[in-house]
Design a protein around this ligand. Sequence first.
Ligand code: PMP
Length: 379
Amino acid sequence: MIYLDNASTTPVAPEVIDAMVEELQHFGNPSSKFYPEALSAQARLKKYRETTANLFSCDPSNIIFNAGATEGNNHVITGCFYAYPEKKHFITTNAEHKSVLETMKFLESLGAEVTYLPVSEKCTINPDDLVSAIKKDTNLVSIFFANNEVGSLNDIEVLSTICKENNVLFHTDATQAVGKVDINLSTDYKNIDFLTFSGHKIHGPKGVGALYVGNNEYGVRHKLTPLLHGGDQEFKLRSGTQSMHNIAGLAKACDLAKDSLITAPQTLKALEVEFINALNNAFPGQVKFFGDLEHKIPGLLSFALQGINNEMFLSNYCDKVALSTGSACAIGEPSHVLRAMNLGEYTDQVLRVSFNTNFDKQLTKFILLINDYFTLFSL
Ligand code: PMP
């Protein structure tokens, strides 16, 4: 099986499995008091928080563990709506992940006004459009760091600075960018107020992630209404006993991502170049790549190959290759991202391949599959 669907999820790293198994040997609840099992759980949780924060060069007190990016996106968007009720205007883009778009739709049903910024054909936001959209009562701007279907990167440094200058909160869904871009929340990206991501996109476990909540001008964490109420865990921002083994796995995945922040993107970029060249050589003039090839996360490519129907290709070779036709989260729907890029006519053709650093020597096999498809289905 050629695994080319790392944007959907990544194989769990062996070191992550070891860290999770080790954590499962302990049973203390980090919210309990006094006795040694509880204290050691608190100490381990503190360490996991420090390790996770280290990936983003931020303070551990700004990291809130949760169940991943879907929860984080819901939390930030609804949490700001309730925390700042006088500000009813929100801004996002029309190419966000559904967990942002549908939450914005939900806010509209509660009386919020939402502006959906258009993306360019390269799937990026024009900063001037953001400037024009900001109003007196704009509460939050939520813009993806890297798009999950085509990989294009927004200029988050510029966009978050525009928001800071206009006194508007800024959130970015960084799920696809973490581990591929050095996101330093103390320097280049200090104007980000909220950031969300999931562990399973960086070789960690599923169902765990973190939400970064930055500080306001007084050095205090931004006010945010919780999504889950009931306990004091996670600085009272996310109730419920922490999933310690998942958090242990997430922290280990962040640690590994930090160690390979320079080498992994280089390897992924090299694989990507090799892939583009091989495809262009094998099928000259037939391949159209989507998104911004110059300014994107490495290792994710979205393309259409003339003559290939994506569903037919995937179902025919489902035991040989794993890739996707867009987002794994919107099964059976035409891609809203391609439509936002005015490329809706490619919905039946688009293929998304996403590598991990272990993808090697499988390229030839992939090209052979495409040739096989042409032999079977052409004419
Ligand atoms: N945002 C983006 C950009 C994603 O790619 C994903 C996962 N496909 C999510 C949010 C949701 O992540 P999860 O399913 O882990 O909650």
